[in-house]
Design a protein around this ligand. Structure first.
Ligand SMILES: [Zn+2]
Length: 241
């Protein structure tokens, strides 16, 4: 009695599984895309830090050059000053400039050492990040393919479903649809499990059980509303097909 409906339900449950995957896949892909962006950002941040150090080094070097020129100028002036105070003042200026130069030179050395370290790390990071990005790229491609397959699979089943649905008794189909809609997910037609509904595990009255086993009436579970059937009958029927 319920064979066509069970066949329809099987298709519907498979369609449901595909739809679930179709919903999950974009979320999974989004995660990969976020990972990709994080990696790219991380790399850019490192590159930026390197660039900033380079700029700082150049600034230091031009400061050093300017100050050295200033020192050379003052050195020349030392020969031409007459007064001792002026001479002392110039010496003081030169001394101050030389100290500033030393500070800048030290900073340049520090930067150069840091840059060597950063560049070596950047190279390592570059290789690692590129490998990770390539991996993510492959995972995204695989997931795109999986999505395409799920859509194709679902459409195929939806085509198969139509002629099956047409063979189910109209009233029964309407009942089935109502149950499916209210349950949102899972089967609407469930086998008896002994004298219980296998959908909600509540007991089914003996009278109903007998009628279901005899196969002459379609009953629904009083608790969950699912339609009940005798599994043995259904298996025999599908073996005959
Ligand atoms: Zn039930």
């Amino acid at each position: 009695m319920l064979n066509k409906l069970l066949q329809l339900q099987e298709l519907d449950l498979r369609i449901e599984a595909f739809k679930k995957r179709e919903k999950e896949i974009p979320a999974q892909k989004k995660k990969f895309e976020i990972q990709q962006k994080r990696l790219v950002d991380e790399f850019e941040e490192r590159e930026n830090a390197c660039r900033q150090l380079t700029v700082e080094q150049r600034t230091c070097e031009s400061e050093i050059e300017q100050k050295q020129q200033q020192v050379a100028k003052y050195d020349q002036q030392l020969f031409s000053v007459k007064k001792n105070e002026e001479y002392q003042a110039l010496l003081h200026e030169i001394d101050l400039l030389k100290k500033q130069i030393a500070v800048h030179e030290e900073r340049v050395l520090t930067i150069m050492m840091k840059m060597d370290e950063m560049k070596a790390r950047l190279e390592e990071d570059k290789a690692r990040i590129q490998a990770e990005l390539a991996g993510l790229e492959r995972q995204c491609a695989a997931i795109d393919e999986e999505l395409a397959q799920a859509v194709r699979g679902r459409k195929q089943l939806e085509r198969e479903r139509l002629p099956v649905a047409q063979q189910v008794d109209e009233e029964l189909l309407a009942r089935y649809k109502r149950i499916r809609q209210s349950k949102k997910t899972g089967p609407a037609v469930v086998p008896l499990s002994g004298a219980s509904c296998s959908g909600c595990h509540m007991a089914v009255p003996p009278q109903k059980v007998n009628e279901i086993l005899a196969g002459d009436k379609i009953h629904s579970c009083a608790y969950c509303g699912r339609l009940l059937y005798n599994k043995v009958d259904a298996e025999e029927a599908s073996a005959e097909v």
